[in-house]
Design a binder for this molecule. Structure first.
Ligand code: CAA
Length: 282
């Protein structure tokens, strides 16, 4: 393994996007997931994503081949031993992430452990690690290859050197890092998800149709997509989890999740990933 190899834990939508920008930026990647089938899907998605860049002549066919050759897939966490930086993008389940961080901190004593969590406390994750000063948030946005921001979240224990290393890595990927303290929802989700929740209230009240709510924010506020379509992209379960984190973290009733959002999650209408959310997908 090259010294520059970056570990990515979790080959879902975010892990795929993160691995894609890493290999496209010249960095070797070990992509870990528990399921072989998920790794296969991730490889295909990354190949397709890089193919879009070739089609736009932003990347040559040979460069695409080189980028794909930098991607290694593994179902063994052991394969990440020796990585200088490991970026975790596993499902948003506190117990699962805490176990992963505990295991990773034992496996790779010197590694920087960065979490792409959209809602969990980095301070709590750092607390289960052997070297908490090397734990940090590195929060990407979906679709990762397109959106330029990375929130760099500092746990109470994170050292300046760790923050500096992750900011440098973000820049190397062509992203713009912003530094933010470990507070509920960080910056983007604290602003974005209450807007989505309010759009769900509008819909619940019958004040406007889903199409018109989305059209309003696209044409009236120049958002690239409306809040309900965005909720479908993010996942309604993720939006609900973020509202719950905001409500619990601040104890303020203004963050109460919309009952319609709760019902849709209970029904399994989670957005694009299930083919149905506020809109229907094929
Ligand atoms: N790899 C490389 N390039 C890609 C790509 C991929 N996987 N996917 C899309 N692209 C490129 C396209 O090729 C296209 O490139 P050009 O501009 O050069 O033509 C560009 O990205 C736009 O893609 P599309 O033309 O397919 O689609 P679009 O113009 O309709 O834009 C969108 C789609 C990028 C999703 C846009 O609507 C958008 O930015 N929406 C807002 C998304 C947003 O707010 N995300 C944040 C969610 S919050 C979050 O992620 C955090 C959290 O914790 C929940």
């Amino acid at each position: 393994m090259s010294q520059r190899t970056i570990g990515v834990v979790g080959a879902g939508t975010m892990g795929q996007g993160i691995a894609q920008v890493l290999v496209a930026s010249g960095l070797p990647v070990q992509l870990y997931d528990v399921a072989d089938e998920q790794l296969g899907r991730a490889q295909a998605a990354i190949d397709k994503g890089l193919g879009k860049l070739v089609a736009k002549e932003k990347l040559g066919e040979a460069e695409k081949g080189e980028a794909m050759a930098r991607l290694e897939l593994t179902t063994s966490l052991e394969a990440l031993r020796g990585c200088e930086v490991i970026i975790e993008a596993a499902p948003e389940q506190p117990a699962l992430k805490e176990k992963l961080f505990r295991d990773l901190s034992r496996l790779s004593h010197d590694a920087i452990l960065a979490s792409n969590t959209s809602s969990l406390s980095l301070t709590r994750l750092a607390a289960v690690c052997e070297r908490p000063e090397r734990v940090v948030g590195m929060h990407f946005f979906n679709p990762v290859p397109v959106l330029k921001l990375v929130e760099v979240i500092r746990a109470e224990q994170t050292s300046d050197a760790t923050v500096a290393r992750i900011e440098a890595l973000a820049r190397q990927l062509g992203k713009t890092p912003v530094a933010i303290a470990d507070s509920p929802g960080f910056a983007v989700n604290r602003l974005l998800v209450p807007m989505i929740n309010e759009a769900a209230f509008l819909l619940q009240e019958g004040a406007a149709s889903a199409e018109d709510i989305d059209q309003s924010m696209k044409l009236g506020a120049a958002h690239p997509m409306g809040p309900l379509a965005l909720a479908d992209l993010i996942g309604l379960d993720v939006c609900l989890a973020i509202m719950e984190v905001l409500q619990e973290g601040f104890g303020d009733p203004k963050y109460r999740p919309c009952p319609l959002l709760r019902r849709m999650v209970a029904a399994g209408y989670l957005g694009r990933k299930t083919g149905r959310g506020f809109h229907i997908y094929e």
